[in-house]
Write a protein that binds this ligand. Structure first.
Ligand code: ADP
Ligand code: MG
Length: 323
């Protein structure tokens, strides 16, 4: 059953997310009109997911809808912004109702969880590609940036990086003989990442620098170090590794994935050591574990230590154009 573009927008996207009083005009006119609180600043992020590049062909469309929004909310979280609205540019080879329903369901569930309204978009025919723009609000003077780390700060990461990279490998059938419960837990971490929005908001007056971990922890810390004109030194033994990941690939490989895997959508950030307790308390009250994994020093790049000796990690992380 094929449906037309306007029917498609009406049926699947018009009411997506939540109704917000600050949406003066949403889906239906030539552009959306949004009301910002007095004195607030707008924060904008956009990310594209391409089939076979950012999600495997045949991936549950519910997960594609979830991830399209999650990866952008993660960018807003890393700035300490509160998400409010989003725009969706959707390209599909054909208007498949069951795919559209599942996609809209995945996107809508996450949007409702974070109070985000879908206010517009574009729908075109072509290879399955999703571009989502997320808009958020910066309420106070603080904004989290990559560039604020200072020598002496501690380096922290939320959650358990590495799980999602293993989850993707399991989805693709590249990992053999995985216990079913571990397989399910790790797949979920790839398919349904939790953007750390509340943590980002809680970090605004505590962290000196912040980045979201999308391309691998080591690579993203490299970007933070460059932006801050400092070095970041981390200790492999301090990396938080989930029990499921360690059970499936062993501790050594688990730590490699925690350093260089992608698609985690955790936050990596820096703060002076005397704020560490306050940070852990706030993260805990937001339901997220954070772990100190190293420190900021004078110098450049990322230095990774294991049992006291420096080991080599590619600073590129996962680079789409590296080869
Ligand atoms: P225009 O040609 O003026 O850009 P469209 O006909 O493409 O308008 O879209 C009509 C309305 O539907 C617009 O308000 C647009 O923002 C919205 N829209 C189109 N596609 C989507 C989508 N995938 N998700 C949400 N809103 C959409
Ligand atoms: Mg249009």
């Amino acid at each position: 059953m094929a449906i037309g573009e306007f029917e498609l927008i009406d049926r699947y996207f018009r009411a997506l997310g939540i109704a917000r009083p600050d949406v003066a005009l949403g889906v239906g006119d030539d552009a959306a009109v949004l009301e910002l609180p007095a004195g607030a600043r707008l924060v904008a992020a956009v990310d594209t997911l391409v089939e076979d590049m950012h999600f495997p062909r045949g991936c549950d469309p519910r997960s594609v809808g979830h991830r399209a929004l999650a990866v952008n909310l993660s960018d807003l979280a890393a700035m300490g912004a509160r998400p409010a609205w989003c725009l969706l540019a959707l390209t599909l080879p054909h208007a498949d109702p069951s795919l559209l329903a599942a996609f809209a369901d995945g996107l809508g569930a996450l949007a409702r969880r974070h109070g985000v309204a879908l206010v517009g978009g574009d729908t075109t025919r072509g290879p399955f590609t999703v571009t989502l723009t997320a808009l958020g609000v910066l309420e106070g003077a603080e904004v989290l940036r990559r560039s604020g780390a200072r020598p002496g700060d501690l380096v922290f990461v939320s959650g358990t990086p590495g799980d999602a990279a293993c989850g993707l490998a399991i989805c693709q059938g590249r990992v053999a003989a995985v216990p079913p419960d571990d397989a399910r837990a790790l797949r979920e971490r790839f398919l349904y990442p939790s953007p750390r929005v509340e943590l980002g908001l809680a970090l605004r007056d505590l962290a000196t620098a912040c980045i979201d971990v999308s391309d691998g922890l080591a690579g993203d810390l490299h970007k933070l170090a460059e932006a801050s004109a400092c070095a970041v030194e981390i200790d492999v033994e301090d990396l938080p590794v989930s029990d499921a990941l360690a059970a499936v690939v062993g501790l050594v490989r688990a730590r490699e994935l925690a350093l260089a895997g992608g698609d985690d959508y955790e936050l990596a950030f820096t703060a002076p050591a005397d704020r560490a307790d306050a940070l852990r308390d706030r993260a805990q009250s937001e339901g997220v574990a954070v772990r100190a994994i190293g420190r900021v020093t004078a110098g450049s790049g990322v230095v990774v230590r294991h049992a006291g000796t420096v080991i080599q990690v590619s600073p590129a992380g996962f680079d789409h154009f590296a080869g």
